[in-house]
Design a protein around this ligand. Structure first.
Ligand code: ADP
Length: 192
């Protein structure tokens, strides 16, 4: 079973693509953003710790995020394979994930990057704000999330590229076409 990561700037559609890709490979899509939003909805202690960071577009502190992810990966459905969405977002988190996987004698197979021009990202997020009412989809918060992506998350892509496991797919255009391209690229990489 595949152990994959999907990465892409806010608004790149990675959450939607993650669902479709994970279904194709028969693995769970694990989104740290979704896990946080579920905690917030259920008014858990973790949710109340996270909400202030999320609503201002900042990263939730590593110890909180990493502990939450570790717990999720221990669930039975993630024993052999998973598609991570939203983690790692910092170079520190790469190390934390490496440790989690080493404990399980597992390695990462492929990191898929979805690319899209900034104008398209902003437009998609503003549309999503109207459709879904995510409280972090306001223009100043979106700008902050894009900035953090450039400053903190691009180096994660560089690190995976140096490991030789990074694949990039054009994330602009039709949802179905992007899903097909992404699955084809992943299958090619997994077969090697
Ligand atoms: P997006 O990629 O559109 O910004 P996500 O749904 O992936 O949205 O994440 C929403 C928010 O959840 C982030 O802005 C951040 O506050 C928090 N979050 C998610 N993943 C992480 C992570 N790996 N580290 C720190 N914070 C995170």
């Amino acid at each position: 079973m595949a152990r994959l990561i999907i990465m892409g700037p806010p608004g790149s559609g990675k959450g939607t693509q993650a669902e479709h890709i994970a279904r194709h490979f028969g693995i769970p899509a694990i989104s740290t953003g979704e896990l946080f939003r579920t905690h917030v909805r259920n008014k858990t202690e973790l949710g109340s710790e996270a909400i202030g960071y999320m609503d201002s577009g900042e990263f939730v502190p590593d110890h909180v995020t990493t502990a939450m992810l570790r717990g999720r990966l221990e669930e039975a459905d993630a024993a052999d394979g998973f598609l991570l969405d939203g983690y790692p977002r910092t170079v520190i988190q790469i190390g934390a994930l490496d440790e989690m996987l080493a404990d399980r004698q597992q390695t990462l197979e492929v990191v898929l990057e979805l690319t899209a021009p900034d104008e398209e990202l902003l437009a998609r997020m503003l549309r999503r704000a109207q459709e879904q009412g995510r409280t972090d989809d306001t223009e100043p918060v979106i700008q902050r999330r894009l900035e953090l992506y450039r400053d903190e998350t691009q180096p994660v892509l560089t690190a995976y590229s140096q490991r030789g496991i990074l694949l990039s797919v054009d994330g602009s255009g039709q949802r179905e076409t992007i899903t097909k391209d992404a699955i084809a690229a992943l299958e090619g990489a997994l077969a090697r």
